[in-house]
Design a binder for this molecule. Structure first.
Ligand code: AMP
Length: 182
């Protein structure tokens, strides 16, 4: 977990490679559906473009389907999910149905101005339609209002590992590995 620009996508993909875990990023799945112009993509796009969250029932159904696939049986990293209390409840129910549980929650911290500057830089490179300055700032607010409170829920369960997300990709990766549960 971490605000937009914290490096979740980069780090989750690298972590998946290092530990042979499937990397499941809800934002990536939505973007693939937008590119393929599926019905899910059409629904998701208008929320994504304005920096709002895609409705829980849409997101939850997609994650339930994805976690039910065979390649998720031997472990996965969730990136960008859950983001709301309702998604936490759904994830609990999906995992208990699969006989699985979360091993840990990595929380990445990065200074706010650094977040904005990383996202503006990414905007030039990626062409993501939700990387305009106005939408970037709105996404930070949505994160703080809707998702940051989830750290309390997972904190109460003893799952949260705080990681400093400032610095090079390799430095942050090393911190994440050091913070992983056994
Ligand atoms: P991300 O790539 O994680 O930054 O996600 C990009 C956008 O996809 C978000 O701003 C949301 O519009 C949407 N999205 C991704 N994950 C979720 C989620 N768990 N719940 C709702 N919307 C999501």
């Amino acid at each position: 977990m971490g605000p937009p620009g914290a490096g979740k996508g980069t780090q989750a993909a690298a972590l998946g490679q290092r530990h042979s875990l499937v990397h499941i990023a809800t934002g990536d799945i939505f973007r693939a559906n937008v590119a393929e112009q599926t019905e899910l993509g059409r629904t998701a796009q208008r929320y994504m473009d304005s920096g709002e969250y895609v409705p829980d029932e849409v997101t939850n159904a997609m994650v339930r389907d994805r976690l039910g696939q065979d390649d998720a049986r031997s472990g996965f990293i969730l990136d960008g999910y859950p983001r709301t209390p309702d998604q936490v409840d759904t994830l609990d129910s999906i995992l208990s149905g699969l006989g699985e549980q979360l091993d840990g929650v990595i929380s990445m911290q990065v200074d706010t101005e650094e977040l904005i500057s990383r996202l503006l830089k990414r905007a030039e490179e990626s062409g993501r339609t939700d990387d305009t300055e106005e939408v970037i700032r709105h996404r930070q607010e949505v994160y703080q209002a809707e998702t940051e409170p989830l750290l309390r829920i997972y904190g109460d369960r003893g799952l949260v590992r705080q990681v400093d997300g400032m610095g090079s990709v390799d430095d942050v990766s090393a911190r994440i590995d050091a913070a992983l549960p056994d």
